[in-house]
Design a protein around this ligand. Structure first.
Ligand code: RTP
Ligand code: MG
Length: 138
């Protein structure tokens, strides 16, 4: 079993897509073991995406991630990191496969509806950013 962090990003939450996205995740066989809605400050968004600090899109990305509430989800399953990445699709919704979350719900390269950890080590760090032990259930 493996855990990963999903985030339903501000553009998708603002369009009331959180329920639909959570249902799609569950239908794909990933179990929700933690769930919360919150709004990141700019500084918190910068902390979460610190790996991208040197990228040209960092300022815009962190403005966007702080622009409204997000839904943070701890997911558990066999090979959960890769399975959830596959369900999300490519970063750019225009390149995402039909049937993936970003193809369905993404609006642009930046406002691409969902986030997912890119590996088990990153997942552990990202889950700890949002959830304490009591908030991961089972
Ligand atoms: P994420 O971390 O959000 O799951 O997305 P990802 O791994 O597929 O893509 P990553 O390279 O980690 O980029 C993080 C997020 O930054 C925004 N982005 N903007 N304007 C741009 O060139 C650009 N490139 C990426 C997207 O919101 C992307 O998900
Ligand atoms: Mg990433």
């Amino acid at each position: 079993m493996q855990d990963t962090l999903a985030i339903i990003k501000p553009d998708a939450v603002a369009r009331d897509l959180a329920g639909e996205i959570l249902a799609a995740v569950q239908a794909a066989g990933l179990r929700i073991v933690g769930l919360k809605m919150l709004r990141l400050s700019k500084a918190q968004a910068q902390g979460f995406y610190a790996v991208h600090a040197e990228r040209p899109f960092f300022d815009s990305l962190t403005d966007y991630m702080a622009s409204g509430p997000v839904v943070c989800v701890a997911l558990r399953g066999e090979d959960a990191v890769a399975r959830y990445r596959a369900l999300m699709g490519a970063t750019n919704p225009e390149q995402a496969e039909p049937g993936t979350l970003r193809h369905k719900y993404g609006q642009s390269l930046e406002a691409n509806a969902v986030h997912g950890s890119d590996g088990p080590d990153t997942a552990a760090v990202e889950l700890a950013f949002f959830f304490n032990k009591l908030e991961i259930v089972e």
